[in-house]
Design a binder for this molecule. Structure first.
Ligand code: ZN
Length: 304
């Protein structure tokens, strides 16, 4: 009797392996974390997949905790794409649990060679997780996502390849366009001061000196000393503008502006940058390409 039961279980599990989809419409259930990853996977998977992103615009992934609804979405997923490198610091345990339930969890940062990552003491991973602000990194991540999806639905491998090639060429065009915008800003003006250290990869790619008020994770609040130190730096370097971030409360940057102004110097708030989340869905900034152009235009216009 027991033997029969085992055989039935084996057959059932073989069946579930072959027919991996948990959805009735026969499409894979894909869950993503940040809106940047959702946008990337959407551009590759198109309508071949059911896609659900957990984090909307203005959401801070460093502090994000899974709701009950999220946990059931994750448990229902065939594949989970997340950033990794401890960006989603409060979801690590949830991902581990999902892996034990044989759900394929994929950290897109695994697509990058470790020696190309920027080191950081602020994260358990020891690396800066804000990899999407280098277009080349995003191309590698897209390659990886494409391969994972092709393995999961080999019957659509060619369509996935075509989707990816099309989007990849848009990313290369974006990169070229961004360099042209940055070139209009003199090198000595390329100093980017923001609420938290999300732009180090951007700084490396586009030759900016980048300073964040909070450490790399927004989980650490900036202290009075940090504010004073950075205010002195802004005055010394004659920085014209500093920037708010869409997923970080604006009061940190306002405190910095006040500290600079109290010393008799003027620094403007150059606008709001999208750092760890895209803009609202349906807007230009609601997509990775539009977000990146918006950020670079905002930075260059304010610092000129
Ligand atoms: Zn961040």
């Amino acid at each position: 009797m027991k033997k029969h039961l085992i055989i039935i279980c084996v057959i059932a599990s073989l069946f579930s392996c072959k027919n991996t989809s948990k959805q009735e419409n026969g499409k894979l259930n894909i869950v993503t974390t940040t809106s940047m990853i959702t946008d990337l996977v959407k551009n590759i998977g198109g309508d071949l997949i059911n896609l659900q992103g957990l984090m909307g615009s203005g959401v801070d992934p460093h502090l994000y905790k899974a709701s009950e609804g999220d946990v059931s979405k994750l448990a229902n997923a065939d594949i989970i794409f997340y950033n990794g490198l401890h960006l989603e610091g409060k979801l690590v345990e949830v991902f581990e649990k999902m892996e034990h339930q044989n759900i394929h969890t994929v950290a897109i940062s695994d697509a990058l060679e470790k020696n190309t990552l920027i080191g950081s003491e602020y994260f358990a991973s020891n690396y800066d997780p804000h990899i999407w602000f280098d277009v080349d990194n995003w191309v590698l991540a897209g390659n990886y996502v494409t391969h994972v999806l092709q393995e999961a639905i080999p019957e659509h491998a060619q369509t996935l390849e075509n989707n990816w090639k099309n989007y990849q060429s848009q990313l290369y065009n974006l990169k070229e366009e961004l360099y042209k915008i940055v070139e209009t800003l003199p090198e000595d003006k390329r100093i980017l001061v923001t609420a938290h250290d999300a732009f180090n990869y951007f700084g490396n790619a586009f030759d900016f000196e980048v300073v964040g008020l909070q450490g790399l994770s927004t989980a650490t609040e900036a202290g009075v000393q940090d504010v004073q130190k950075l205010a002195a730096f802004i005055i010394e370097k004659q920085v014209k503008a500093i920037f708010i971030e869409s997923s970080v409360p604006r009061r940190t940057i306002e405190a910095l502006q006040a500290a600079v102004n109290s010393k008799g110097h003027q620094v403007a708030i150059g606008g709001t940058l999208y750092s760890d989340a895209l803009g609202n869905p349906g807007t230009v900034e609601g997509e990775y390409i539009g977000m990146f152009k918006y950020n670079v235009n905002t930075i260059v216009n304010a610092l000129k």
